[in-house]
Write a protein that binds this ligand. Sequence first.
Ligand code: B12
Length: 494
Amino acid sequence: MGTPERDRTAEQLLTSWEPLVDAAVGRLAAGPRASGAGGDLARRRQEIGEHIDALAAALRGLGPEQFGEYCALRAVFSAGLGAPPEALGAALDALGEGLGALLDPASAQIALEALGAGRRRVGAVPLVTPAALMELPVGASPPGGAASAAEALARAAPRIARMTVALSYMRRPADALAHGRRRARCLEDAERHLTQLVAAVDLGEPALFGEYSDWAQTLLTKLGLDPAELVNHLGALRDVLAIALPPDLAEAPRRCVTAALDRLTSTECPSFLDPGAPLAALARAYFDAVRAGDRARALSLVLASIDAGTAVHHIYTHVIQPCQYEVGRLYHLKQLTVAEEHYFTAVTQMVLSQLYPLIVNPARVDRRVVATAVEGNLHEIGARFVADFFEMAGWDTFYLGASTPTEHVLLEVARRKADVLAVSAMLSDHLPGVRALIHAVRDDDAFRDVIVLVGGQPFRIIDDLWRRLGADGSAPSAEGAVDLAERLLAARAA
Ligand code: B12
């Protein structure tokens, strides 16, 4: 880490930041490669500023070597992004010339020494073209021969993640320093973002990635990270995509990232317990009882309300569901621990079990539904709601719970002679499983008459996603699922 002398130099660099940028930009403007003002000038100012930040960060960190690393990477990226190869060296030279005038002599010497280490690395980096960049020893095979943008992105993801972390650190050296040993963690996050991006690109749905980014932003902020970090990271990702993928394959993922960046400016997250909603007082009392650890009271509140005439399905829709959503919100905001969320969900399951005798409709309709959370989806309450609403409508219901393997869902659909298969998903990465399950149903002639309904968060966000995955329909709620199934069956019979 830095020495007192280096720290003082870093301090001076940052306090003289503006005049250093002005001086360097002035020198460049007077030099042989001077070009028009406007955007060009603004970009040049920004870049010089970034070099000063990186220089200061290196002096506070590992010293000249670190600035050398920065310059080497910067050279690679500048060239990859189409900047003239000599531009970086010229900018560093211009910055160096201003140091003597603006820093005290001892600090100027320390800064120049580090700057020199960077300058040497720039000279040592061969001219890098986008194609050559693909050969950088930072990851798996290049995306050559990929059939789609999603496939290319998935194949290049390990390399893109590394390049993004490098570029984002370069742009905000303070993050690199702050992360220190957590660099590996940052890379894991980058890979996680890319998994979600692949899913969104695959489906052609930028909104899915936008939704995920909002979620990630809230989470990272609650973990104490600067909200600007994710914005910086996604900005770097967008630039890296332009280098790492051929233009035709880069366009779709870049569009998704742009959409996410647009959304990140607003991260409002209002409560799901709306005081104006039906049964609002009961929902609040139920929520508070469970949070207080009093499940007996939570249950008796619900049973008393039913005794007083509340319809059971209203308990599902206006009490249980908003409370589960509110748990998710508070958990996300770190106002509730994992254990509290698990406890809450366990109480919800207990209450739903107690309500079971009340939901069985004696008027049976001789129809059967199998309801399941798709393989990989651990959220089981949505599918349970769906099964229970069919039960209330007189159907025979077979609720399979969380993450059921595709082949076992099929066995159950056959064994129960199901008219309807209801599949629940929650996250974008559950969607390939939904698609695989639907294909498996469609591929087997024995299931020719089975109606496949899909639902859950992604289908609530994107209207026609169900169609694109090959389902027969979707509804935003369990109640809607029953109506839809009945309509589809009636249409078939007609
Ligand atoms: C409880 C819970 C869990 C529990 C689930 C336990 C269980 N036994 O079910 C556990 C702890 C396992 C869990 C894990 C995770 N969770 Co979680 N979880 C929740 C929580 C708080 C409640 C879910 C719930 O019960 N909803 C109530 C039901 C009734 O609502 P629903 O599922 O939307 O269903 C309704 C409709 O969508 C529709 N519907 C649903 N299915 C179907 C099917 C058909 C055919 C039809 C027509 C309609 C339909 O009808 C239903 C009733 O109206 C939600 C918060 C939320 N907003 O949902 C987070 C939430 C979904 N989880 C989240 C996350 C991130 C995770 C994890 C990734 C956390 C982690 N870091 O590990 C894992 C992923 C696990 C996995 N592989 O699936 C995030 C998702 C964020 C995002 N990107 O969108 C949420 C939103 C929380 C948050 N705000 O951060 N979770």
